[in-house]
Design a protein around this ligand. Structure first.
Ligand SMILES: Nc1ncnc2c1ncn2[C@@H]1O[C@H](COP(=O)(O)OP(=O)(O)OP(=O)(O)O)[C@@H](O)[C@H]1O
Ligand SMILES: Cc1ncc(C[n+]2csc(CCOP(=O)(O)O)c2C)c(N)n1
Ligand SMILES: [Mg+2]
Length: 322
C-alpha cells in the first residue's frame, strides 16, 4: 500500500463530520469556517518513538496520545477543540498497526467531536505531529502570565503515575502487575482535561498543562506572571502506586519532575476560590489546592510546615547534550 492509498483507506475515513469544515482531507489545504465572535487557539506537538513513548507502545495508545497531548494544550487555555491535523512518518506500512493507531486517534476525536482535516504521510522513523485548533470566546482565554501574588495554586487529578511507568520501562524499578497496569494506563492513555479547562476559564488567573513536570510547568507560570510560589507537599495529589516503591523524598522528586501527567495546573485568586472549587466539584473533576503564589520570586516547597528542598529538573530535550 502506497502513500495515497494509505490516506484514502485510513485517514480520510473518519466518522466526525463537522459543519464548519468546508473541505477536509484530500486537497492542498483544508478550508475551515472560523466560528463567529471567537478566536482560534492553535497548538502543535510531536511524538517521537523512543523519546515520547517506548518503542513497544501499542499503536492504539500512540494514536490516543497524539490527540491527547494536543487537546491538553487546548484545555490549558480554556479552548474548545474543533479540528486536528496529523503529520505521520512511518518506517513501513503495516496495515494492522495503522488500523489500531487510527482507532486510538479517532476514538478521542469522536469523544470531543474533533475532525481530522488534513496532514502529511511520509516514510521515515516513527514520528507523529499533531496540530490541534480550538475556539475561545473573544479575548477570553487562559494564559501562563495572569497569576497575581497570593493566588491559590491547584492541580487536577494526580501526578507521577506516568513517571513511575517510565521507571519500570527503563529498568530502574520493578512494579507489581497491578501497579504496572495502572501506571502504564497513565503513560499511554492520558485524558486531556478539556472539561476542566472550560470550567476554570471563568475563574482561573493562569493555567498550564503538565507535560514537563509540575515544578517545571509551575516555573513557566511563575516566570510568565512574575511571581514566586510555595507548594505544600502534604497536599500534592500523588499517584497511589509511587509510595509502594520509593521513600518520600524520592517519590516527590519523581512525581514532581517526571512529567507526562497531562493534568492542569492553575492559579485562582482568593475572591474566586469558592466559586472555582464549587464549579469543579459539581462537574466531578478531581482537584487539589497545592499552594499559593507569593512575592518571593522563587519556588519553594514545604512539608509539615517546614521547608524541604526539591530540585526542579523538568523534562528538557537536549539536556544530555550539556
Ligand atoms: N520550532 C518552534 N517554532 C516556533 N515556536 C515554537 C517552536 N517550538 C516551540 N515553540 C513555541 O514555544 C512555546 C513553548 O513550547 P513548548 O513545546 O515547551 O510548549 P508546552 O506547552 O510547554 O509543551 P507541551 O506541548 O508539551 O505542552 C510555545 O508557544 C510553542 O508554540
Ligand atoms: C520512552 C520515553 N522516555 C521518556 C519520556 C518522558 N518524556 C518525554 S518528552 C516529555 C515531556 C513532554 O514532551 P514535549 O516537551 O516534547 O511536549 C517527557 C516527560 C517518555 N514519555 N517516553
Ligand atoms: Mg502545554
Amino acid at each position: 500500500m502506497k502513500e495515497f492509498d494509505l490516506i484514502k483507506t485510513y485517514f480520510a475515513k473518519q466518522l466526525v463530520k463537522r459543519k464548519d469544515v468546508a473541505l477536509g482531507v484530500g486537497d492542498d489545504c483544508a478550508i475551515l469556517s472560523a466560528p463567529e465572535n471567537k478566536q482560534i487557539a492553535i497548538t502543535t506537538d510531536t511524538l517521537v518513538a523512543g523519546t515520547h513513548f517506548p518503542e513497544d507502545t501499542p499503536a492504539r495508545a500512540i494514536g490516543h496520545k497524539a490527540v491527547a497531548v494536543s487537546l491538553s494544550d487546548l484545555a490549558s487555555m480554556g479552548a474548545e477543540p474543533l479540528w486536528i491535523s496529523l503529520a505521520i512518518s512511518l518506517p513501513r506500512v503495516e496495515q494492522s498497526w495503522i488500523e489500531e493507531f487510527c482507532e486510538g486517534l479517532f476514538e478521542l476525536c469522536e469523544y470531543y467531536n474533533v475532525q481530522l482535516v488534513g496532514g502529511d504521510t511520509t516514510q521515515g522513523p516513527l514520528t507523529i505531529t499533531t496540530t490541534a485548533q480550538g475556539s475561545v470566546n473573544k479575548d477570553k482565554f487562559l494564559t501562563r502570565s495572569g497569576a497575581s501574588r497570593g493566588d491559590w495554586l491547584y492541580v487536577t487529578g494526580n501526578v507521577g503515575g506516568a513517571a513511575l511507568a517510565l521507571e519500570q520501562h527503563y529498568g530502574r524499578l520493578t512494579l507489581s502487575q497491578e501497579d504496572k497496569e495502572a501506571v502504564f494506563e497513565r503513560l499511554n492513555h492520558p485524558s486531556p482535561r478539556v472539561l476542566a479547562g472550560q470550567i476554570i476559564k471563568d475563574y482561573a488567573s493562569a493555567a498550564i498543562d503538565i507535560s514537563d513536570g509540575v515544578l517545571a510547568d509551575l516555573t513557566h507560570i511563575c516566570n510568565a506572571s512574575s511571581v514566586g510560589a510555595n507548594i505544600v507537599l502534604d497536599d500534592m495529589p500523588m499517584h497511589a502506586a509511587i509510595s509502594h516503591y520509593l521513600p518520600q523524598d524520592k517519590a516527590y522528586s519523581l512525581a514532581l519532575n517526571g512529567g507526562d501527567d497531562y493534568e492542569l495546573l492553575f492559579a485562582v485568586s482568593e475572591s474566586n476560590k469558592v466559586a472555582a472549587e464549587t464549579a469543579l466539584s459539581n462537574a466531578n473533576i478531581p482537584f487539589s489546592c497545592i499552594g499559593q503564589t507569593n512575592a518571593s520570586g522563587k519556588i519553594t516547597t514545604t512539608m509539615n510546615n517546614k521547608p524541604v528542598a526539591i530540585d526542579i529538573q523538568g523534562y528538557q530535550h537536549f539536556a544530555s547534550n550539556e
